[in-house]
Design a protein around this ligand. Sequence first.
Ligand code: GUN
Length: 294
Amino acid sequence: MSGQLLDGKALAKTIKTELAGEVVEFIENNSTVPKLAAVLVGDDAASDVYVRNKRRACEQVSIESELHRLPADTTQEDLLNLVARLNKSIEVHGILVQLPLPNHIDTTKILDAIHPRKDVDAFHPENVGRLSQGRPRFLPCTPNGVMQILHRHEISTAGKHIAIVGRSDIVGKPLAMMMAQKTSHLGPDAANGTVTLCHSRTTDLASVTRQADILVAAIGVPKFITAEMVKPGAAVIDVGINRTEDGLVGDVDFDAVREVAGAITPVPGGVGPLTVAMLMQNTLTAARLQVGCE
Ligand code: GUN
């Protein structure tokens, strides 16, 4: 038996179509076009692709975007000055500094400098704090994308055992927090999970993941999750995007795991497109905050 394919690309298209309508309404009501400023430092090929995808999505939903492309040897001071300028600009509603930044730049310093009301990645400590207290301003894009995929395929997290493999600030930690809350922006069925946050020091990882009704892989190791690590019938969400000699591969050994799983996301075409769609949602939220209608 093959697990159901959870098509993130198609779902992202549906969500962007819904969002495009909301953007048009926002523009009509406020005579303001939401705008995202993307900052790309250096010439990392993957980051280049991600930023291009994000700007293309902006176009699809009638959000304006501007790209600030800076050389790899940009100083921390120059980058902080750019962030300060974007913070002050009344035309810019959302600011996205693409990660990773070059090693000589203190990433935390840069992310902390982004105004919390323009922080469409939801990385600022004020926004992380709000999220942990169940009163989010922005929802982190990839965790929200994972929740959307499950919710829109009617896979409830309530009362389920969810194993998340990977404790990053971008995915694992915020997703664990969101899924364990009493309710969510998608209602209580998309929350109330019993979450185990697994990592590189988890003892006998497979025995933990095998108990999970929902397994989320977010560790950045190609094909790390094997069929033996999956409970038959589980929903498997693959957040990994690894560039290998065989092309793009997820953190899940897709072909083998699909035979065991009840549902599974592909890579590419799974969580990735949802991440971008959620960024569009956050940029509209940022614009609403700044014109005072939220
Ligand atoms: N690099 C990898 N994922 C992300 C993300 O979600 N946001 C930003 N800004 N950079 C990233």
